[in-house]
Design a protein around this ligand. Structure first.
Ligand code: GCW
Length: 666
């Protein structure tokens, strides 16, 4: 049975003081969801709350399309954009569509939670992109790959198993931040999940799709490229074999008979032992297009992942660099994909590390649709035990200037579709929710989900503002000094996590398999292509011309920035260069001293946060206080282990003592 107590999130509930006045809302839309959302959430904010269906002089709020309200339409409004307008004593929530009205209504609710006066609400908002998506890595046995918030909200015992109310609230959470597409199962599609596209499973999936549809969220499934063999009984999954094409066409038709607005497929092919077109000597364009053709008659889409690399690399082979893989595989296929194929590119060239440069494939494709993939679930960033607010990381990525069409070609400009106007671009991410009451395991990890959604809507949102808003609407009952503390610790958390886990962009010194905690050489002699190459003289990966020349995949400006030791930022130094321990950083420290200092500082920072948290105890509700306190103490244990293992390792390697003679285990 699923938990019923799941209301602890940023949507309004009974914890907020109600406004004493009455609110009358007139809804001139037939969409059931608008009425339900108003009922569910506005009733928590006002003493008296009433819904009307006809305009009359007392209306305070009117929700309806421009047409239904007979309001003049504002230029350049997108279908799912919305407007809040003050007109003759009324506040109008306007849009061209019911979907836009839903976003406008949630925006209105949020402004109320933030304490705004209704008569001051006046805004026009259009989303930056039409692809604002989330990927679940949920398995049908109820487990979640890289999930840290309990079991799946969709599956258990190899069946669909969900609490309708909870899924409805989840859909509301997603709509409140503008998410419009969701894939419900893991990209690693195993035997049972391969069957999700069969008739009996589709009947059950219909009901789930109904809930999401009610919130204008389109449902997708990850599929197994070898399905024709695994469930179809064919001898091959060759994308150019006519029986295979026919099988997918039939299967796809079946899906649309049950779920007419089905979004399409997500495909992880030829990646980490998953089947794909390479088995048959075909290209990824052949594979993706075959599926695209089956989906095209129904307006469906294939999201085809670019996470394709050699995971059976020989560590002795220094000529292969995993960072090059996505670009090397996909750049040459640019222009060969069908219109309804969207490539899905991880934000960095490796794999969701604490710090990586931006993937050079972003912006490099000129004739192919693509989305950037972030990881909201904290696989390499603390697993929702250690605090790591990721919005600053995503902001840095979105603000990064690729210089692809001169200065100012930022990632957010590219993903908003401004570089290649004819392409479909957007953002997707691996989500961090599970069955835990608070959705995300660490309650503060909700801020990542909230921030992610907001950034997909508008990548120019400021980190500080997003955080302030999330804290204010999630903790209306918490005193000012404590809310400031929550903001402060979240704001610094990524930097702190980086200090004790990932010096100077090196990455991968994690325990193998589960990826939590330190193991300096865990991946060093492995086939995964994830090395730091430490020896007694130095460390880091040479990705310049003298090494793998990965830097050639960037624009000339960016390539030069990283190639040159004088301009390469300290925090990515070891990603791009192999340098001696004595190499001086821009900060004035040597590399080895930086490693020691940052690891000591990381632990001190966590200790300091615990101290501050304890000081605020009286201003915090007991359950929140102890939940966070317990997480922080686990974080401290982890940070201490990282500090001692990393410092000891590099002291033994380099033989160089700490300038400050602190305790390093020799
Ligand atoms: O980061 C790696 C993860 C795998 C994941 C893979 C991917 C779903 O460790 O668990 O598999 O990335 O993105 O496909």
């Amino acid at each position: 049975m699923q938990n019923q107590n799941f209301t602890s999130c940023w949507l309004p509930d009974g914890r907020r003081e109600k406004r004493s006045n009455k609110l009358i809302v007139t809804i001139l839309s037939k969409a059931e969801v608008i009425r339900r959302v108003c009922h569910t959430y506005l009733s928590h904010l006002f003493e008296g709350f009433h819904i009307g269906t006809e305009l009359n002089s007392q209306d305070e709020i009117v929700i309806g399309t421009y047409e239904a309200t007979a309001q003049a339409c504002t230029n350049d409004m997108q279908v799912d954009g919305f407007e809040l307008r003050q007109e003759q004593g009324k506040t109008y929530i306007l849009s061209h569509s019911d979907q836009g009205l839903l976003y406008g209504t949630f925006y209105f609710i949020e402004q109320l939670q933030l304490g705004m006066k209704i008569e001051d609400m006046s805004v026009i908002q259009n989303p930056a992109t039409t692809i604002r998506m989330l990927n679940h890595w949920d398995n049908m046995d109820g487990s979640i790959e890289r999930g840290y918030a309990g079991r799946s909200i969709f599956f258990e015992d190899n069946k669909l198993s969900y609490d309708k109310d909870r899924i409805q609230q989840y859909a509301d959470l997603l709509s409140s931040v503008g998410i419009n597409k969701i894939c419900i199962n893991n990209v690693n599609v195993h035997q049972v999940e391969s069957r999700l596209i069969e008739a009996d499973m589709l009947i059950e999936l219909q009901h789930l799709a109904d809930i999401f549809r009610g919130n204008y969220i389109t449902m997708f499934l990850s599929i197994n490229f070898a399905s024709p063999i695994e469930i179809g009984g064919l001898k091959t999954a060759d994308p150019l074999d006519s029986t295979v094409e026919e099988w997918w066409r039939r299967q796809t038709k079946l899906i649309y008979q049950k779920i007419p607005d089905f979004g399409g497929f997500i495909v992880k092919a030829d990646s980490e032992h998953r089947p794909g077109p390479f088995t048959y000597g075909r290209t990824h364009a052949d594979g993706a297009n075959m599926l695209a053709k089956a989906l095209a008659p129904f307006n469906g889409t294939v999201f085809w992942r670019c996470f394709v690399y050699d995971c059976l690399q020989d560590w002795r082979d220094r000529s292969t660099d995993r960072a090059r893989a996505a670009y090397d595989h996909f750049k040459k296929l640019d222009g060969l994909f069908d219109e309804n194929v969207i490539l899905q590119i991880k934000n960095g060239p490796m794999d969701f590390q604490v710090r990586e440069p931006v993937s050079p494939l972003i912006g490099a494709l000129e004739k192919t649709n693509y989305v950037m993939e972030f990881q909201v679930t904290q696989e390499y960033t603390g697993q929702q035990i250690d605090l790591c607010y990721l919005v600053p990381q995503w902001k840095e990525i979105l603000d990064f200037d690729t210089h692809l069409k001169g200065k100012g070609t930022t990632v957010s400009e590219i993903l908003s579709g401004n570089l290649h106007k004819s392409l479909q671009t957007g953002i997707t991410a691996v989500v961090n929710v599970g069955r835990d009451d608070n959705w995300t395991g660490h309650e503060f990890a909700q801020a990542n989900l909230y921030g992610y959604g907001k950034l997909t809507w508008d990548p120019t949102f400021k980190t500080e503002k997003l955080l302030k808003d999330w804290v204010q609407i999630t903790y209306p009952f918490v005193k000012d000094s404590a809310t400031r503390l929550i903001e402060e610790i979240l704001n610094r958390s990524w930097m702190i996590y980086e200090k004790y886990t990932c010096p100077l962009g090196v990455g991968w010194m994690v325990k193998t398999g589960h990826h939590y905690g330190p193991d300096v050489n865990g991946y060093e002699y492995s086939p995964w292509g994830t090395y730091h190459f430490s020896d007694r003289n130095g460390l880091g990966v040479d990705r310049t011309k003298s090494g793998s020349n990965y830097i050639e995949q960037y624009s000339a400006n960016v390539s030069e920035l990283y190639a040159n030791l004088n301009s390469c930022p300290d925090n990515l130094l070891l990603f791009f260069h192999h340098v001696p321990y004595t190499h001086p950083l821009h900060s004035g420290k040597t590399v080895i001293q930086h490693i020691y200092d940052s690891h000591f500082e990381g632990v001190e920072d966590v200790e300091h946060i615990i101290y501050e948290w304890t000081r605020e105890k009286a201003n915090l509700p007991d359950d929140l206080y102890s939940h966070i306190n317990q997480k922080l103490n686990s974080q401290l244990t982890n940070a201490t282990e990282w500090r001692d293992k990393i410092n000891t390792y590099f002291y033994r390697m380099s033989g160089i003592p700490d300038e400050h003679q602190r305790l390093i285990y020799g």
